[in-house]
Design a protein around this ligand. Structure first.
Ligand SMILES: [Cu+2]
Length: 243
């Protein structure tokens, strides 16, 4: 058997470095409008970097297979000798990939989730009811709205999500938070908006349904307006009076 592992290792390192350097040139993420978005984006970046050597290895083996094991001049086209397993390689593969999988489940998995929803404290609670095909927002004082979601800047808001009919999903792309809306139960997530802004500033400042729920699913979105705490209290006060 040819000693083909040395070029594979060289190719592996080269591909891994290339992938990491190339992907580091791009910013994949939309603008972060909430502190929770940083947690999610960091988790995504970590997975991106962990995936680079995995993809690098696949590319290295493929490249070397194409070059090193090509058929020369049409000869030797019969099957090669059967390959036997290599216990060391199999064991190492199992141990390393299992360890990596367990690691990402813990961090960023559990650690990240704990950062976003671990602390059951909030400044305000806003309830959103999903229904084919709109969102109904209910604020703490009972005021309701269908046309927009208004959020106080710098305050930690707990979102209680319910559904009136089928499965939906509450998603704010600019905040990177998402939680299913399930008929019969209430689900919860948190977000702290970090700057004032509107849907006109960034289309990701919207509540978007993220679970295919029927013909109007794609249009099941409402714009978000992040305002100062004082403005927010004024807004929900007026809304309650008018309602
Ligand atoms: Cu939907």
């Amino acid at each position: 058997m040819r000693r083909s592992w040395i070029p594979v290792v060289i190719l592996w390192v080269a591909y891994s470095v290339l992938i990491i350097v190339a992907t580091a040139q791009f910013t994949w993420f939309p603008e972060q409008w909430a502190s929770e978005a940083e947690v999610v984006d960091e988790a995504m970046l970590l997975l991106q970097y962990l995936a680079a050597p995995v993809m690098g290895l696949v590319l290295a083996v493929m490249t070397w297979s194409v070059i090193g094991w090509r058929s020369e001049g049409g000869a030797h086209r019969e099957d090669g000798a059967p390959l036997r397993t290599n216990r060391t390689v199999v064991t190492l593969w199992l141990v390393i990939t299992s360890a990596l999988a367990i690691y990402v489940v813990i961090n960023p998995g559990f650690v990240g989730l704990a950062e976003i929803r671990g602390e059951p404290t909030q400044d305000y609670v806003i309830e959103l009811q999903a229904q084919q095909f709109f969102w109904e927002v209910t604020y703490e004082n009972g005021a309701t709205a269908l046309d927009e979601l208004v959020i106080p800047e710098g305050k930690r808001v707990r979102y209680d999500i319910i559904s009136k009919d089928v499965l939906h999903s509450f998603w704010i792309p600019a905040f990177r938070i998402k939680i299913d809306a399930i008929p019969g139960i209430s689900t919860t997530t948190y977000a702290t908006a970090e700057a004032e802004g509107t849907f006109e500033d960034d289309v990701n400042l919207r509540v978007q349904c993220a679970e295919l729920c029927g013909a109007g699913h794609a249009n099941m979105a409402i714009p978000i307006r992040v305002v100062s705490d004082a403005e927010w209290n004024e807004y929900i006060g007026e809304l309650a009076d008018n309602g």
